[in-house]
Design a protein around this ligand. Sequence first.
Ligand code: CU
Ligand code: CU
Length: 469
Amino acid sequence: MKNTFKLFSLLMVISVLISACASASANPAEKNSTGKIIEYALTTGMTDGKMSFIGVGGGIDGVVNPTLSANVGDTVKVTLSSGEGVEHDITFPDFNATSEHVVGKGSNTTFEFKVDKGGSFSYYCIIAGHREAGMEGKFEAAGSAANNAAPIAMPMNNNVASSGPVVVKNPPATGADIVRDPTEIPAPIGDREPQTVRISLEAVEIEGQLADGTTYNYWTFNGKVPGPFFRVRVGDTVEVHMKNLVNSTMAHSVDFHAVTGPGGGAVFSNTMPGEETVFTFKALIPGLFVYHCATPMVAEHISNGMYGMILVEPEGGLPPVDREFYVMQGEIYTTEAFGSTGHLTENTQALLNENPEYFVLNGAVGGLTAQKPLKAKVGETVRIFFGVGGPNFTSSFHVIGEMFDRVYDQASLTSAPLTNVQTTMVPPGGATMVEFKLEVPGRYILVAAPRCAGLFRLLIHLTQNVPKV
Ligand code: CU
Ligand code: CU
């Protein structure tokens, strides 16, 4: 037999999508007034698992996202202080008034603006995702409208539909390698008694390489996407150490789908920058489980890279195979269109609209084709632990030119596997375990495609890539 290597190639499916783009509507109006100066103080914090502004002093003391008010002609003076150390700011977009950022516990900033029109408005934090995570309140301006200059057709919010993201060609940017090596998997546990296992997670916010010449601010577990692959056995007690690096801009946490109990550990592990939390759980059910950050806005933390998997082996372990691989699908939402270069920015509106620019396997474009391909020898048995971080798209997972001998559907290890399956579906926050043996040498394409258009494109690829034997 020839000593030929097989190369499975994981291709990323690309979708360029139309998405709404924020465009600020500014209508400044100057008006002299003899009004009073109204002062408000706000601090920041977490309440009921959500980020919020909290009133300080006066009638708003302790009130979460208090409604602020003033009369037309008044000057509003706002002091914002950081209650928990996470980076924030506050904006009153209808008055073109935005504070400086506050970073670090106790730091504060003050600014003021003139109330030049009446009506009901909102204030919020503009740090990406914070408004959606809860940092928003109302501002009521009483009195006659001083400003009639605004056109009738001015939208009530700032989200004006535009022609969608465009490709931006900035100078190429270089960032850290955040692609998780698909072979980075702990050795099988097999037959041993239950014990206590310590696992360590570290929230790392890092500028990583998304594509050639393109970087993005990832939020990761331990610096790679997905986070580390953990392996325990049923009955083990798992001690989770969750650390958040001191330079983080966000609080982070972890929710294990392997945990039996509300929140999967998220409440106990919500960790401020520079702090560490510890909690333990007992792995009661065997299976392959996703874990992810569960700090609001959860979908944002997931799309930025905070997901991974833990395998809870059944008693006696899994049947032995020659190769095991760890692969996860994710989505990245950028303001700039797919194919842009330079440093790309996060687009939370596109995230809420479920319009990703990038679908990625192990975090980056080409991460598992060019950089870290999956390799096995002819005749070897292969097992893939495949999961979807999401947060929005289901994967149609298959290998072109091969069938799965066994699919542990929905990653259930207590049900009998399906046999001889072409394609299997994996929802966001879900996983599958597949096993197969490849007899014919060549380059195989592993497809994780949430959209039909992507599938067709890759099927054409198949005829070009499977060599004659
Ligand atoms: Cu904020
Ligand atoms: Cu997080």
